[in-house]
Design a protein around this ligand. Structure first.
Ligand code: ATP
Ligand code: MG
Ligand code: MG
Ligand code: MG
Length: 486
């Protein structure tokens, strides 16, 4: 089954159960000061759940473009290193606004996975909320019983508040959730450890694919819970993970969602991506870089298509950082000294443009903005190289200090690994411990300044900068000139 067919089947399945297919909301949020990017399917329906607006349909189904790079959900550092977290991904979801509840949601999820998609039942595990008596939230007996009619009891796990209870914030709608996990290990591996012991354990082949949230309570200002008059269902399934399972792959990047992009990166950079779980450290370094680039181009292209250009603050800065992370990986590990990431936009638009027309509509803008950003940041990196040369010449030590390496990182977005590599070519080392200390201090500073947490919604200050990784070229040059005068 192609990814296109898998997406279609999901939408059509719920349409056959009385749902109306609705479009994805933009990934970039312009009218909500508490959230920069859509990070879950439910965001666009928030006002329905809060009771501030009335939905046109009681049952809807969609695929939602999500971005998880800031606030409550920040997966950025995982992306590329693991095989199943992305910056931008599609979240498939079915919704009940005061209509059906647990029985229908669970039985349809089960029917879709096991009868339509034909995932073997013995590979599935589900989690149910264990309850939290001290907070007055009961064990979700109802969900447990419904699951028990369908799945062996040793495939049902109880989960705590962190994994199995969803709240919008300190107040408002909330409720237990039931997650569905899938075990795609070989029979040999399965014989060694039971799948249930690996659920929610960061195992790359025993992963969460679908979360079903049952909003049945309202948390009042005094912290107590009351039953909502109308109950809601909010579900979210990771589309790329589902494709991995259904296409019999071990990594999201081996599915047809990513292979065209990966092939294009290989072709442009004359490197090769190594499939499989067992790869050498050298191959893995290249793999990570290729995964980062194949992932980040999607986030950046969709953001620009939605009207968010890279810039020096707020949401624009987040996008700039993502793109610069991709450029750095290309520069450091794939030897790319010239802009090349913009060339992937064509591949992406060909592949996803028929589902997300904005990619085709804004094609030229996306290409030109990315190309310009690349050119500018590569110049900055070149300046960093020059700066490092000067530092090396000016030191008699065999070790470059952490503060100097941090200055390069902070001012030029110059990655530590690259600094270490260049130093080693000159027979020098880097004071890594001291570099890490500087980095840590800076993270604490920006964290303290950045945000007040409020569940799924994060209050951002106007001047929020999550992590500072570089000035623009002009500033960099000015700095370099100053440095030389000293
Ligand atoms: P995980 O525990 O794997 O980080 P999650 O519990 O944070 O996932 P949810 O918030 O429950 O995820 O989102 C619903 C679904 O979206 C998940 O079951 C998963 O399939 C998918 N998903 C979540 N985060 C990502 C991501 N960064 N990239 C791709 N898919 C994701
Ligand atoms: Mg997560
Ligand atoms: Mg989870
Ligand atoms: Mg989850």
């Amino acid at each position: 089954m192609t990814s296109q067919e898998i997406r279609e089947l999901f939408l059509k399945f719920f349409e056959s159960k009385g749902h109306t297919i609705v479009p994805s909301a933009p990934m970039v949020i312009k009218n909500d000061p508490t959230l920069m990017f859509t990070n879950a399917g439910m965001n666009q329906f928030k006002e329905f759940f809060l009771g501030n607006a009335k939905p046109k349909y009681k049952r809807v189904v969609d695929t939602q473009k999500c971005l998880r790079v800031s606030g409550k959900h920040n997966d950025l550092e995982e992306v590329g290193r693991d095989t199943y977290h992305h910056t931008m991904f599609e979240m498939l979801g079915n919704w009940s606004f005061g209509d059906y509840f647990k029985r229908e949601a669970i039985s349809w999820a089960w029917e879709l996975l096991t009868e339509v998609y034909k995932i073997p039942k013995e590979n599935l595990y589900v989690t149910v909320f264990e309850g939290s008596p001290e907070e007055g939230v009961p064990f979700d007996q109802e969900a447990y019983d419904i699951w028990k009619e369908r799945i062996a009891e040793d495939h049902i796990l109880l989960g705590n508040k962190k994994d199995n209870f969803w709240e919008m914030g300190d107040q408002g709608p909330c409720g237990p959730c039931s997650e569905i996990h899938v075990d795609i290990r070989s029979e040999e591996e399965k014989a060694k450890v039971a799948g249930r012991d690996l659920v929610n354990n960061d195992h790359p082949q025993v992963i969460e694919i679908w979360n079903n949230v049952f909003m049945e309570f309202n948390r009042k200002a005094d912290g107590s819970l009351e039953k909502l008059p109308a109950q809601n269902v909010d579900t979210g399934m990771g589309f790329e993970r589902l494709c991995m399972v259904l296409q019999g792959k071990q990594s999201n990047y081996d599915t047809d969602v990513f292979t065209p992009l990966i092939h294009k990166v290989e072709e442009i950079t004359k490197t090769s991506y190594t499939n499989g779980i067992k790869v050498t450290p050298e191959e893995e370094q290249i793999n990570v870089a290729i995964r980062v680039i194949a992932d980040h181009i999607r986030a950046v292209a969709f953001a620009i298509a939605d009207g968010q250009l890279p810039s020096n603050n707020g949401a624009g800065y987040v996008i700039r950082r993502i793109l610069r992370r991709a450029i750095r990986y290309g520069f450091t590990f794939l030897g790319q000294k010239e802009p090349f990431i913009y060339k992937l936009v064509e591949t992406l638009a060909k592949q996803m443009g028929s589902t997300f027309h904005e990619l085709e509509k804004e094609f030229l803008l996306i290409v030109s903005v990315i190309k310009e950003e690349e050119a500018s940041f590569l110049r900055t990196l070149e300046q960093g190289l020059l700066m490092l040369d000067v530092m090396i010449q000016n030191t008699t030590d065999k070790q470059l200090s952490g503060s100097k390496a941090f200055e390069l990182y902070d001012t030029y977005g110059f990655p530590k690994d690259l600094t270490a590599l260049i130093l080693s070519e000159r027979g020098m080392t880097l004071d890594e411990a001291s570099f890490e200390e500087h980095l840590q201090k800076q993270k604490e500073r920006s964290r303290a300044a950045a945000q007040v947490k409020a569940g799924d919604w994060v209050v951002l200050r106007d001047d929020e900068e999550e992590e500072f990784v570089g000035y623009d070229t002009l500033e960099a040059v000015v700095r370099l000139v100053k440095y030389r005068k000293v």
